[in-house]
Design a protein around this ligand. Structure first.
Ligand code: 9D3
Length: 236
């Protein structure tokens, strides 16, 4: 999969793509991340990417021209398919695991990071991106959201997490019945006076499984009752 990122801050991505799962995916050739500095697509001496809003008001607005040129240039880069274009913005479709799975199947994504208070609406009219938000809180730009999408989508690529494929049996996937995960423990069996639940040391796999499901339900009820609404777990 190829992921293009258009941003005025390419260095923000360096740490994320050079460590952990993203580094492994890139080394395996599963993932190709191409960072594009939006300022490369400006023509003026000051490399201006923003300007004051028509009609007045606070803040600056991202100019249409550099963004439109950058995206057209990337889309034209053969032999890659043009790819789905995602505009990271607070008014977008909220990113969740189903959305991540949908994007993970694509051969190519272009992630557009906005800065400032917004962007010239003609960017949307001309490029017809899908708008993506990562949730209802205010950040300073689209870079962190783009990294969130990149991380979630990368770990779903075949082979990235290994054969054991913990990507399929986890919170928010049908294999886990849409429940939060059960508590886990590792050695030592006692730490600062706290013992690992006896049942996990019993070797009785049926009992362990029942305990885990009960714990997962209990946690979901306490922390995320919204996940239980309208599911087969409702009466559990
Ligand atoms: C004055 C109204 N603000 C909208 C709530 C303007 C505004 C604030 C912050 C416009 C852009 C931003 C920067 N945020 C993003 O670019 C962004 C974002 C976010 O702030 N929260 C969750 N997801 C995203 S995706 C991009």
């Amino acid at each position: 999969m190829r992921v293009d990122v258009v941003t005025i801050f390419p260095p923000m991505f360096e740490g994320v793509i050079s460590q952990s799962i993203l580094r492994i995916a890139r080394e395996k050739g599963t993932l190709d991340v191409v960072l594009t500095d939006l300022r490369e697509y400006t023509l003026d001496r000051h490399r201006t990417v923003d300007d004051r809003p028509f009609g007045g008001g606070p803040g600056m607005v991202m100019k249409a021209e550099p963004v439109v040129k950058a995206v057209r240039d990337l889309r034209a880069q053969a032999p890659e398919p043009p790819g789905r274009l995602l505009l990271m913005c607070p008014q977008g479709r909220v990113f969740d695991q189903a959305y991540a799975q949908e994007l993970a199947r694509e051969p190519r994504l272009i992630l557009l990071c906005a800065r400032y208070e917004g962007y010239d609406e003609r960017i949307v009219e001309l490029l017809k991106p899908e708008r993506v938000s990562i949730g209802d809180y205010v950040l300073t730009g689209g870079e962190l959201p783009a990294m969130v999408v990149l991380d979630a989508v990368t770990r779903l690529q075949p082979g990235v997490l290994g054969d054991d494929a913990s990507a399929v049996s986890e919170s928010f996937s049908p294999a886990n019945e849409g429940l939060l995960e059960y508590p886990q423990y590792t050695r030592p069996a006692e730490f600062e006076g706290l013992k690992v639940p006896e049942i996990l040391l019993s070797g009785d796999h049926a009992k362990i499984e029942a305990w885990r499901r009960e714990q997962a339900l209990e946690r979901t009820r306490a922390q995320r009752p919204d996940l239980l609404e309208g599911t087969e777990n409702q009466d559990a």
